[in-house]
Design a protein. Structure first.
Length: 276
């Protein structure tokens, strides 16, 4: 059992460690800083699979919110499908009703994996990291992934983020059959969306909506700018859509503050577990 200071979970479980940077949010990676302090000669970019840790959750006697792979990404291409299968088998074997929270930046692989297999269990939250509007395409992958609970972690929050459409469901379907937001496709400029055509102007939501949003500023050496109004606007989007919002940390008068107030209130909401 590994205690953690991450505000939205109780424990971390790392059957995989190590990672490589894939987008702007990785620049000042906290996991890399931890690795540099405690891993000795091993580099953070050296991926390692830990079969010996697979059974750890089976020994936890009280229900926990468990962050799966705080020190890596379960859907990193170096992690074999067969090992991800074993992670899911452990989750399914747990007799204590833990909540397992899986967060990835490799949303495409996650979507493909679960489309083939279905989600591990109804007590698994699947989420993607979205640090800026250039990464909103990950939300599209997430909402096409079978899951009981789908969430977005806007950490580190590098700019104001518009999640209004994924909070309420996407209203556009392309001629190829992919469901997506017109604004998201055009704004993100993801190459795989080039050449698609759009249908009529009358649309109905055809993808599920998000179930939870986390946000927080960057901390540590080289932390980039953050504005409380960005978090406030995202909070308002969630409130309007009746989606739980968790504000992990912000910058107040130049100082990093854990669980800061927004307009006189702290925001530490969680979604209810439901069937996919």
């Amino acid at each position: 059992m590994t205690k953690t200071t991450i505000e939205w979970c109780d424990e971390v479980w790392n059957p995989v460690t190590g990672c490589q940077k894939v987008s702007a949010g990785c620049k000042n990676c906290y996991a890399e800083r931890i690795a540099s302090r405690f891993w000795g000669a091993r580099k953070f970019t050296d991926m390692m699979i830990h079969p010996e840790r697979l059974d750890d959750p089976l020994h936890w006697k009280k229900p926990r919110r468990v962050f799966v792979n705080s020190m890596s990404d379960l859907f990193h291409p170096a992690v074999p499908d067969e090992f991800i299968d074993r992670v899911g088998q452990t989750i399914s074997r747990c007799k204590v009703p833990h909540t397992f929270i899986v967060l990835t930046k490799r949303s495409g692989r996650m979507r493909e994996y679960f489309t083939d297999r279905g989600n591990f269990a109804k007590n698994v939250f699947l989420g993607v990291s979205v640090e800026d509007n250039n990464q909103l395409w990950r939300v599209v992958d997430l909402l096409q992934t079978p899951a009981a609970v789908r969430f977005v972690s806007v950490e580190p929050m590098l700019e104001a983020i518009d999640l209004r459409e994924p909070l309420s469901g996407y209203p556009v379907q392309t001629s190829s059959g992919m469901t997506i937001s017109r604004e998201m496709a055009l704004d993100a400029g993801e190459p795989s969306w080039e050449g698609m055509t759009w249908g009529d102007d009358e649309w109905e939501p055809t993808m599920p909506a998000l179930d939870w949003v986390i946000c927080g500023c960057e901390s540590g050496p080289g932390a980039r700018p953050f504005e409380m109004d960005w978090a406030r606007d995202l909070r308002d989007q969630c409130v309007s859509a009746n989606v739980p919002f968790f504000f992990k940390q912000g910058r107040v008068n130049g100082d990093i503050v854990k669980m800061p107030e927004l307009d006189g209130q702290t925001w530490a909401q969680y979604p209810e577990i439901r069937h996919a």
